[in-house]
Design a protein around this ligand. Structure first.
Ligand SMILES: [Zn+2]
Length: 361
């Protein structure tokens, strides 16, 4: 017991936590969804704080481009499973805790089964399908979703606890169009922002666990590192929310790819192999590299025409509609969105989006 008092002295000294709060932390069970920029500080602080049972789910491997912000990993970890490295690292930090690594994708088939082992879920994912999935699975499981996102110089944090306040669907009832909101990997993010926002998530988890202070339920904290300012927004519970409203239509998990319209333009997709065959056999093909203006342009296809997403509609009159056009971008989402914008503008030519983007090419 000596070690308990010594190790967590700085928590025990806080009247809002004390011995009772620290014991609650010790028996708490927290699942972290996503072991990236937000998940790194989150996992480290929760482990250091003595959260007795930590789960981490992610199916990605460590990439060199992660090291700029994902402080769980170092150069020697490149290519290894993120959750396996994360587990080893935080178990070393605090051998008293139990860590469960889920090297898999969170899906509508496994979410409820995994969530039932936890009291709180911290959403540190970087895509909308997972956000809605975590929100819905938390509400259906009756546990809070400590949510955050980081983008460029900005971060947002909130606690979606459908029992006490708004859920993510009250805040965003409709998913944004695929590709319309780029991820950190596409648009960039300053490392410190993921550190700050992930650390706030860790504080929120510890506050909920111990009952200290006022968690961000019904409130959203916005942080702008470029101008160093914070803002707070109220998020009201929506009585007509399809998940947590008075007459909910969502009573089980959904198809989140469908909800987020990920597959709507799948008929336009072309795999890297199919594209290679096409490039070999047909001379007359136009390739458009779609990028966001703030994004660095790496032209994987040297003979492609780079076009910013917000200028895509101007291609309608410039492209030769009798020639097939391949749209490419880093992850294959913006290119789908570009085709959608162009079709909505009335373009009639044959279009394809490179599946998985240049990242998988
Ligand atoms: Zn709701």
């Amino acid at each position: 017991m000596q070690n308990f008092y010594e190790r967590y002295k700085s928590h025990i000294l806080l009247k809002e936590i004390g011995v009772k709060g620290q014991r609650r932390i010790k028996t708490s069970r927290v699942l972290i969804v996503g072991a990236g920029g937000l998940g790194s500080p989150l996992a480290l602080y929760l482990a250091a704080a003595g959260v007795g049972n930590i789960g981490i789910i992610d199916f990605d491997n460590v990439d060199v481009s992660n090291l700029q912000r994902q402080i769980l990993y170092n150069d020697n970890d490149i290519g290894k499973s993120k959750v396996e490295v994360a587990k080893e690292r935080i178990e070393k930090l605090n051998p008293e805790i139990k860590v469960c690594a889920y090297n898999e994708k969170l899906t509508n088939a496994n979410a409820l089964e995994i969530f039932k082992n936890y009291d709180i879920v911290a959403d540190a994912a970087d895509n909308f399908q997972t956000r809605y999935l975590v929100n819905d699975a938390c509400a259906l499981s009756g546990i809070p979703d400590v949510w955050a996102s980081a983008y460029k110089f900005e971060g947002q944090v909130s606690v979606f606890d459908a029992k006490k306040g708004a859920c993510y669907r009250c805040f965003h009832p409709v998913a944004p169009k695929p590709g319309s909101v780029p991820s950190c990997g596409e648009s960039g993010v300053i490392g410190g922002v993921t550190g700050i926002i992930g650390s706030i998530q860790a504080c929120e988890v510890l506050k909920i666990t111990t009952g200290a202070g006022a968690p961000l339920i019904g409130r959203l904290l916005y942080f702008d590192a470029l101008n160093t300012l914070t803002k707070e927004f109220k998020i009201a519970k929506d009585k007509s929310c399809s998940l947590c409203g008075e007459n909910p239509s969502i009573t089980e998990l959904q198809d989140y790819d469908e909800f987020c319209q990920i597959n709507n333009f799948a008929e336009n997709e072309i795999t890297p192999d199919e594209l290679n065959i096409k490039l070999k056999n047909e001379k007359n093909i136009q390739i458009i590299s779609v990028y966001e203006e703030s994004e660095k342009q790496d032209l994987v296809f040297s003979d492609s025409l780079p076009v910013a997403l917000n200028n895509i509609v101007f291609l309608k009159d410039k492209l030769n509609a009798n020639v097939e056009t391949i749209f490419v971008c880093k992850y294959g989402y913006k290119s789908i969105y570009a085709i959608r914008l162009l079709k909505e503008a009335g373009y009639k030519g044959k279009t394809y989006s490179l599946k998985g983007g240049t990242d998988k090419y």
